[in-house]
Design a protein around this ligand. Sequence first.
Ligand code: DC
Length: 242
Amino acid sequence: MPSSPITIAIDGPSGSGKSSVSRAVARRLGLAYLDTGAMYRALTWWCLDQGLDLADQAAVADAARSMDLSLSTDPDTATVQVAGTDVTDAIRRTSISSRVSEVATNLDVRAELRRRQRELVEALRSSHGGVVVEGRDITTVVAPDAEHRILLTASEEARLARRTTELHGSSTQEQLAATRDQVVRRDRDDATVSAFFEPADGVHGLDTSHLSLGESVSAVLDLVEHGAPHRIPTPDPDLQES
Ligand code: DC
């Protein structure tokens, strides 16, 4: 555990590698892990389970305030429970992914979930020495005072290919087309309420398009330890295999 508490804030669009990288960094540094996207997903699950109309902004915001949400912040077993039901797997299904932006663009919902996120970050700094917290607005709004703030980006092509392989195990043309809505359309909708394509002032941008998971993790650890990535491999066209 680091000697004084640290918050590592990591934002990025869908498929930028942020969840895998954040978990691995938390594990390596012995910190807690907070997935704020899981909170928006859990609320979406809860509203649909309760038969709420997601277009009813006031009802959805009320649900955000009353939701009994419990998150495990262990990077190895990040489970999510709503009102005692384990929804860890259910919130990753397409039925939730395709609707979550309707909830995440509700400004009263954002106010409530941001309040809960700030509370959780403070609690985890005291209990675990710090936290890696990932989302879309962490570096800018939830934890702008975090000791380390990083925005992971990747080309649309790389993000789409990663998410497709994650969901289907391969990435044929049909699978890519089916996943496009979950990556491109969802990011476009989410970007109406948070800026996560360009790093804000003081936020380190890291393009993971050509980095493996291990290389992305090393680059983030370097940023945390040295303030700059030292080990990012620079692609040298003369050394590329044909
Ligand atoms: O990272 P993810 O795909 O699990 O996020 C789910 C949704 O929640 C995504 O559509 C954007 C939204 N989100 C957000 O608006 N702000 C955050 N801090 C985290 C996620």
